[in-house]
Design a protein around this ligand. Sequence first.
Ligand SMILES: NC(=O)c1ccc[n+]([C@@H]2O[C@H](COP(=O)([O-])OP(=O)(O)OC[C@H]3O[C@@H](n4cnc5c(N)ncnc54)[C@H](O)[C@@H]3O)[C@@H](O)[C@H]2O)c1
Length: 371
Amino acid sequence: MHILITGGAGFIGSHTADALLNRGDRVRVLDSLEPPAHRGSPPEYMSSDIEFIKGDVRDRAVMSRALDGVDAVIHLAAYQDYLPDFSRFFHVNSVGTALLYELIVERRYPIHKIVIASSQAVYGEGPYNCPDHGRIWPDGRTLEQLEHGQWDILCPSCDAPLHPVPADESMVNPGNSYAISKHTQEHIGFTLGRRYQIPTTALRYSIVQGPRQSFSNAYSGACRIFCLRMHFGQPPLVYEDGGQLRDYVNINDVVPANLLTLDHPGTDGEVYNVGGGKAVSVSKFAQVVINKFCKTEELEIPGKYRFGDTRHIISDISKLKRLGWKPEYTIHDSVQSYMMWLREQPDLKNFSLEADRTMESMQVVRQALKA
Ligand SMILES: NC(=O)c1ccc[n+]([C@@H]2O[C@H](COP(=O)([O-])OP(=O)(O)OC[C@H]3O[C@@H](n4cnc5c(N)ncnc54)[C@H](O)[C@@H]3O)[C@@H](O)[C@H]2O)c1
C-alpha cells in the first residue's frame, strides 16, 4: 500500500511511518514542521525511505499533491497546545480535515481508508458515579472551586465526592477548543466519509508517551516535562494535588492500533479509544520518573492548576480490545525509553522553564489562593 501520513514528522506519525515501512508499505509524509516541536528541517529520526513533502494541511495545492497516488491516509497533523489561541485549533484541525475530504471528492482520488487521530480530550471530564445519584457527566470545575483548591468534582445534586468511571465511546463532553476541534474532525470524517464512500475510522488516543515526543515543546505532556525537569536537576512540578487520574499509553501500543484500524474493514465508520487500560495518578507517574532517574527528590506541589484541565479522565478500551488489540507496555517502559532518548539529544535545554513562564503570563497556569 502507498500511505500518506499527515503530521508524519511528529511523534506518533514517525513511529507509525517506521512500522509501515518495515512491513513493506510505501510512505509519503506531509508535514509543515511546526515550531516549537521542529526547528526548520525534517527531524533526524525520520527515515530516508519516506517521501517527504513540506507543507500545510490547509494548503489546497500541497494537499492535492500529497494525495495524488496514495491508497490511504493517516491524518495526524494537528494543532494541539494548551494556549488560548482558540481559533487556530479550528483552522488547522477542522478546516484541514474538511479540505482533505473536499479534495478527495473533487479530484476523485481512489482513497480506500482514512484514519483520523482524535483524542480522549473529547470526553472532557468524562463520566462519574455518585453513590446516590448514579452516572453523571459533570461540567468542569468552576474558577471559584479552583481558586480555593477544591480539586475534586462534587455531585451537583448532593455535593458528595464523585468517582471517575472509564469513558466508553458512546458519549462526549468536550470542554476546550482543542477537544471541540478533535470532535469536529470525527464528525467531518464520518459524515463526509459515509456520504462519499470514503471509509473512515477515528482513534481517540489517551496521553501517548515515548521517544521523539518533542522536548522543545514543553506546554503539555507529563512524561516529557517531568523527564526534562529531572534531567536538569529539578523535581517534577505537579499541578493541583497530583491526584488527577490518567491512562497513559505507550507509543508501541498506539502504532499497532493505527495499523490494525488502517487494515481492518470492520473498523470503517467506527471510533475507538486507544488507552493504557490503567488509571494512574499524576503523582504516581511523577514518582516513577524520579525513581527512573535514580533520585530521591520530593515532588513540587505548589497548588498551581491549569485552567480548564480535567480532574480525571480514563478511557474504556474494551471496544478496541475486542479486535484483538491490547496495551502491552507500562508507564515504566515509557519513562525509561523517554529518559534514554532525552540523554542522547545533543541540543537539550530546559524548555520547560520558558513554557512555564508563557503559560503563567497567559494565565493558563494559575496559583490557587488556598491549596
Ligand atoms: N501525543 C498525544 O498524547 C496525543 C493524544 C491524543 C491525540 N493526539 C493526536 O495525535 C496526533 C499526532 O500527535 P503527536 O503527539 O504525534 O504530535 P506532534 O506534534 O509530535 O506531531 C504533529 C505533527 O503535525 C505537524 N503539523 C502541525 N500542524 C500542521 C499543519 N497545519 N500542516 C501540516 N502539518 C502540521 C507538526 O509539524 C508535527 O510534526 C494529533 O492529531 C494529536 O491531536 C496525540
